[in-house]
Design a protein around this ligand. Structure first.
Ligand code: UDP
Length: 571
């Protein structure tokens, strides 16, 4: 199996089984066998003459070729006693002490098993309202978020990976101004991403510059009004300052809620790509698009649609089996999740695939291809789910879903585009549908030597033309982008763009192209240069709304004290 050293390091550190002395008990190859075997097993449930060994072979093939990888919890826990395989959960937070602390307990159980949790705090009564049983005063959503945050912090130590949370508050909740500012002090609520739940009524009020009502969720009474444009500007200002809060468009999410009879979608998972009902979980998986591009006889590259179609079919079969093999942390999550059987198949390595195809990220051709690729995956994914429905039955709530007039489907949703933070390291490709952030990293190793890591596609191109040198790589690492380097041929510079060479508008148009053909949502950060203005941010928000995106996350370079990726800095 061909995987690079970074991938091996990540797998060895965090994914391989260890004994009580901390020694690894399996090899990387054995990890993939463990996963393939465990996920093939459920076939037996549906076919008396099923052959899980044959299915396991097919699964092993897509995993070891790095064509497809399931989300991290499946890699970590499949075929093991814990057996919790999903990355995404949404838990309800109802307006009573019992419910709030029940939710904290449930989140802790999920974090321990490697899952991330999203919550809407919109049902909690506002700060300062009365508590009937004690006559005391309620402390409001933001103060409870701090308690959730501390619980997450404590579980961090013993869990399989750092617990992540999404916290959402509706824009018409009376505590919205406090919420928008709640991460201003960067040392608080650190285990949360936060997003404001925006409504269409609010966006219309912004356009007209009107006041809009704030509603106490515990009484349904209007408690006051705010000027929509001022609140919008405050959200923009805060995001401009430090990237948070993000926004999600609640009405847009609920237009794609296929089982409205089960209630409203109020929240997504931590990175925003998976809207879910309360107590619903979803398992994700991503196809590596660099593997779906083939070299033609004359040395060019083109999409390998056959290969992509076959990989989608195997991936949908795999992800549906994950639902069967999964051991959910709570009985109610098991029941709710199985009633819709949502899966989230997406992609990674999109930017790298564009480099292979010679298309600049964000160009009209790249956006057109994004439509074609995702439409194809969505279409083939739905066909695969239909075939599974014929063999295994439609998802139990199919008859009460908005899909009931079409062909029965095994899964209420099929597609989601995840960030693939770890998966893309394992697969050695660019993450999700993000552009390449930097082409060269230089790491100083402890013994004083340095390690130069170069994007494999740039390396291949420069080597082919006899231009590759360590000196050039050091310069690229320092500059962060090759766009202005005169000694690199223009045709390379035109294609090998970094995140900051791409306009925020092109970022959002790419997100919208993928969203158009994705059942759930798309994880994407719109990168702004340091000197971007608040109005630049506001324009992207409006464009995202008009183009039908489900949410927006932005980040302005250098706007946080510590950021994960630095351009121009040698780490
Ligand atoms: N996630 C989490 N903790 C983490 C990273 C991810 O709980 O440290 C969850 C979260 O719900 C996120 C989802 O996993 O939205 C998918 O993230 P990603 O694709 O980066 O995960 P991977 O499968 O690559 O590890």
């Amino acid at each position: 199996m061909e995987i690079n050293q970074n991938a091996r390091t990540v797998l060895e550190r965090r994914y391989l089984i260890r004994n009580s002395q901390g020694q690894t008990m399996e090899t990387v190859e054995q990890l993939f066998e463990r996963v393939a075997n465990a996920i093939a097993q459920p076939d037996e449930k549906f076919h008396p003459d099923a052959d899980p060994t044959k299915t396991a072979k097919e699964f092993l093939e897509v995993l070891t070729s790095l064509d497809f990888l399931p989300n991290s919890p499946t890699l970590m826990n499949a075929g093991r006693p814990l057996g919790q395989l999903s990355a995404c959960f949404v838990l309800p937070v109802d307006d009573s002490m019992e419910d709030i602390f029940e939710s904290i307990k449930n989140a802790a159980l999920i974090h321990k098993s490697g899952g991330g949790t999203g919550f809407s705090f919109s049902r909690l009564r506002p700060k300062g309202s009365t508590v009937n049983t004690t006559g005391g005063v309620a402390s409001g959503p933001v103060s409870f978020m701090r308690v959730f945050n501390m619980a997450t912090e404590a579980v961090k130590q013993g869990g399989t990976r750092r617990g992540a949370n999404m916290g959402i508050l509706r824009v018409d909740h009376p505590d919205i101004l406090e919420f928008i500012d709640c991460k201003k002090v960067n040392t608080e609520i650190t285990n949360f991403n936060i997003s404001v739940g925006i409504t269409e009524a609010f966006m219309e009020a912004v356009e007209r510059g009107e006041e809009y009502p704030l509603i106490d969720p515990s009484t349904n009474r209007v408690t006051g009004t705010l000027n929509a444009r001022e609140v919008f500007d405050k959200i923009v200002d805060s995001a401009w300052r430090n990237g948070e809060p993000g926004i999600i468009f609640l009405d847009r999410l609920n237009r794609d809620n296929v089982v409205p009879s089960q209630g409203e979608i109020e929240s997504t998972n931590p990175c925003g790509e998976q809207p879910l009902l309360p107590y619903e979980a979803c398992n994700l998986g991503s196809i590596n698009l660099t593997r779906m591009v083939k070299e033609t006889v004359d040395g060019r590259f083109e999409m390998d649609w056959d290969h992509l179609g076959r990989t989608v079919a195997t991936a949908v079969h795999f992800l549906d089996n994950v639902i069967e093999a999964n051991r959910y942390p709570l009985a109610i999550i098991d029941q709710v999740t199985r009633s819709t059987r949502k899966i989230g198949l997406g992609v990674m390595g999109w930017a790298d695939a564009l480099l292979m195809l010679g298309l600049p990220y964000g160009s009209p051709e790249s956006i057109q291809l994004a439509h074609e690729v995702m439409e194809f995956i969505n279409q083939k994914g739905h066909e695969a789910s239909e075939r599974l429905a014929e063999e295994r039955g439609a998802f139990p709530l199919f008859e009460e879903s908005t899909l009931k007039d079409g062909s029965p489907l095994r899964n209420a949703t099929i597609t989601t585009i995840a960030p693939t933070g770890t998966l893309s390291i394992i697969a050695g490709c660019s993450s999700g549908v993000e552009p390449v952030f930097a082409y060269v990293f230089i790491r100083n190793i402890m013994d004083g030597t340095e390690m130069i890591e170069v994007n494999p596609i740039l390396k291949r191109e420069l080597t082919r033309r006899g231009l590759y040198s360590d000196d050039l790589m050091r310069r690229i690492a320092k500059e962060g982008t090759i766009a202005h380097m005169d000694d690199i041929p223009e045709d390379i510079r035109r294609v090998f763009l970094s995140a900051h060479d791409i306009s925020p508008e092109a970022h959002i148009r790419m997100q919208a192209a993928f969203q158009d053909h994705t059942d759930n949502a798309v994880s994407k950060t719109v990168n702004f240069p340091h000197d971007a203005t608040r109005e630049d941010v506001a324009q992207v928000y409006r464009l995202a709304y008009r183009l039908g995106c489900k949410g927006v996350t932005i980040y302005r370079d250098g706007s946080r004290d510590s950021q994960v990726l630095n351009i121009g800095k040698v780490s």
